[in-house]
Design a protein around this ligand. Structure first.
Ligand SMILES: CC(C)(COP(=O)(O)OP(=O)(O)OC[C@H]1O[C@@H](n2cnc3c(N)ncnc32)[C@H](O)[C@@H]1OP(=O)(O)O)[C@@H](O)C(=O)NCCC(=O)NCCS
Length: 329
């Protein structure tokens, strides 16, 4: 009997309507379009506006459309893994909130926090339940409302992040397609360079934490950049080497969208030519857990059955990793 792989059988995404351009940011902080474009590749990002709207509200349309495309009901989902750094609340899990909103009555679920690598951690975790035969339909959602933790007076962070969400369905595949391999890594010593200091058990919310701006994402950009630019490239190269793949064998590189320069470095290191590198950072910025599923969604019509895809990410933690999968449809 051939090995069961966990294959992506449907993908969909959602980005909010509001477009925050570099020009608008120029009116908010001391920055300019030329600087942002040349240093990051970002031109605009989406922002979820409106009272009472949270990360799960972007997941609902993404997942609803995904289920429609696949022609299945929400009650057929066995497990929801919601990869997010901006859960609706600390608890209950956003996976539970989403299950309730879409009517996934038979699913259990949990949130997964690995900052920008969350979606790859989630994909790999979800795949285990399919490969083991435990589950038939696992929904992996990656989404963030980064605008809820970004300080729009801090030019070091507000130019980078945006809001968005994507989701994939994992199902068993016995044709040799699906997730083939993954390498996931972390180094907690990097936590000091990219974090959100307050609101957890270490520093519960207080007037002092609010006054100190500690409920906003904090980033030492250069330290993160140096780490990311080598490690994301290295781990993608490592997964390719382990599977005897050259740049020629790879149909698409799907990198986390944090900085165009980091994406270019990964493409160079892996020998994957520029036309095979998926990039939408200019339109969405860094949507944290949303970047990779949003790329898959936007490029879905270009993928062919059996295509080799290399996914790669890095993020706060530090966390990083790469997934090798064969597209299944
Ligand atoms: C954040 C980042 C774009 C900054 O780019 P950088 O080239 O490292 O820029 P630096 O922080 O060294 O700053 C260079 C100069 O630009 C200035 N600057 C910083 N932000 C600016 C902005 N938004 N607009 C204009 N100037 C800015 C700095 O003050 C500095 O000026 P100085 O030389 O006069 O001191 C870059 O470090 C980066 O992308 N890091 C990784 C971030 C990331 O991927 N995070 C997500 C992790 S998942």
């Amino acid at each position: 009997m051939s090995k069961i792989h966990a294959a992506i059988t449907a993908v969909h995404g959602y980005v909010p309507d509001y477009v925050l351009t570099n020009q608008e940011l120029e009116t908010m902080v001391d920055t300019n379009d030329e600087w942002i474009t040349s240093r990051t590749g970002i031109k605009e990002r989406r922002i979820l506006k409106g009272e009472g709207l949270a990360t799960s509200d972007m997941a609902v349309p993404a997942v609803t459309q995904l289920l429609k495309k696949r022609g299945i009901g929400a009650d057929e989902i066995d497990l929801i893994i919601f990869c997010t750094t901006t859960p609706d609340m600390i608890f209950p899990a956003t996976a539970n909130v989403l299950a309730n909103k879409i009517g996934a009555k038979n699913a259990w679920g949990f949130d997964l926090q690995a900052a920008c690598s969350g979606f790859l951690y989630g994909l790999t975790s979800g795949a285990q339940f399919i490969e083991s035969g435990k589950h038939k339909k696992v929904l992996v959602v990656g989404g963030d409302k980064m605008s809820s933790i970004v300080n729009y007076k801090d030019r070091a962070t507000c130019i980078i992040f945006g809001d968005g969400c994507g989701a994939v369905l994992l199902e068993p595949n016995d044709e040799g397609n699906g997730l083939i391999d993954s390498i996931l890594k972390s180094d907690g010593a990097g936590g000091q360079y990219l974090n959100l200091k307050a609101g957890g058990s270490l520093k519960p919310a207080s007037h002092a934490t609010i006054d100190a701006g500690e409920h906003f994402a904090y980033q030492e950009g250069q330290a993160v950049f140096k780490f990311a630019v080598t490690n994301m490239a290295d781990v993608a190269h490592e997964v390719m080497e382990r599977n005897h793949l050259t740049g020629e064998d790879v149909a698409w590189l799907v990198p986390h969208q944090a900085n165009k320069r980091i994406i270019d470095a990964t493409a160079n290191r892996t020998g994957i030519s520029p036309e095979k590198v998926i990039i939408n950072i200019e339109r969405y910025g860094n949507t944290t857990n949303g970047t990779i599923p949003l790329c898959l969604w936007e490029w879905e019509s270009k993928f062919k059955k059996g295509d080799n895809l290399i996914l790669a990410a890095f993020g706060g933690g530090f966390t990083w990793g790469s997934v090798y999968l064969k597209w299944a449809y």
